[in-house]
Design a protein around this ligand. Structure first.
Ligand code: SAH
Length: 229
């Protein structure tokens, strides 16, 4: 079983269109779609925005539906200046930029007995790079930092870049990374850029959400062809 997770309805819809949905299950105030793609069994859902929602949905996919991998598809704000709207990025690792226990002497993002960075699966990232090569498209790799905030400030974005070495910003990656680390399940994080996370990012986000969601979904489907259950 492969879990495919998004945060928003707009991110999941273009994925759902490309698979064969076999069953819809209402559970935990959410809707889970069982589906087939080339004989592979999938469980799909959008979690709703943010770290708690995405962590909960990832946990349900693993514990209730038996997902052996979690693939995330969605949109993100750019930090690196070579990332333009519509460009794709995969995470090498994810982190939570809003975790702050510095007053106790811990580094930003660190929770005792947990970790600052959660690794994404190298094998899945290698498959993504191969697929991008075949498709002749640019695919960036970098750290994605998450927090329960929509970032639309140059200053905040610069702090996240400096502190975590992040290339892009979202609101779920660090949480799903933590869950998949806890359960030791391979995690793949794919995002298409929707905005620059600077002043005016909200307007860009609304404008490019659907287009960038489609870019991410299309790439994910190409990848699914190369992935075993
Ligand atoms: N306009 C939406 C809210 C979008 S929140 C609504 O009204 O419902 C932004 C979503 O896209 C989150 O799921 C997050 O993961 C991602 N994202 C894109 N750009 C972002 C940014 N600049 N900062 C934080 N998250 C961003």
């Amino acid at each position: 079983m492969i879990g495919i997770l998004c945060a928003m309805r707009e991110e999941l819809e273009p994925v759902l269109e490309k698979v064969e949905v076999t069953e819809i299950i209402e559970y935990a105030r959410n809707r889970f779609y069982k589906a087939k793609f080339q004989n592979k069994n999938l469980i799909l859902a959008y979690s709703k925005i943010g770290k708690v929602n995405s962590a909960t949905t990832a946990t349900i996919m693993i514990e209730k539906f038996g997902a052996k991998k979690i693939l995330f598809s969605g949109v993100a704000g750019a930090i690196d200046s070579d990332l333009k709207i519509g460009d794709l990025i995969i995470a090498t690792k994810t982190t939570q930029h809003d975790v702050d226990l510095r007053v106790f002497g811990y580094e930003p993002g660190y929770i005792p007995e947990s970790r600052v960075f959660f690794d994404c699966d190298k094998k899945l990232n290698d498959i993504a790079k191969k697929v991008a090569n075949k498709m002749g498209i640019k695919l960036k790799e970098g750290i994605i930092a998450s927090g329960d905030q929509f970032i639309h400030s140059k200053e905040k974005k610069e702090w996240i870049r400096k502190t975590f070495g992040a290339s892009a910003i979202d609101m779920e990656g660090g949480a799903v990374g933590c869950v998949t680390w806890i359960f030791d399940v391979p995690f793949f994080m794919l995002r298409a850029i929707s905005d620059t996370a600077e002043e005016g990012a909200g307007v860009d986000f609304d404008k490019f959400l659907e287009e960038s969601s489609e870019v991410s979904a299309k790439f994910l489907i190409q990848m699914l062809k190369e992935i075993n259950e």
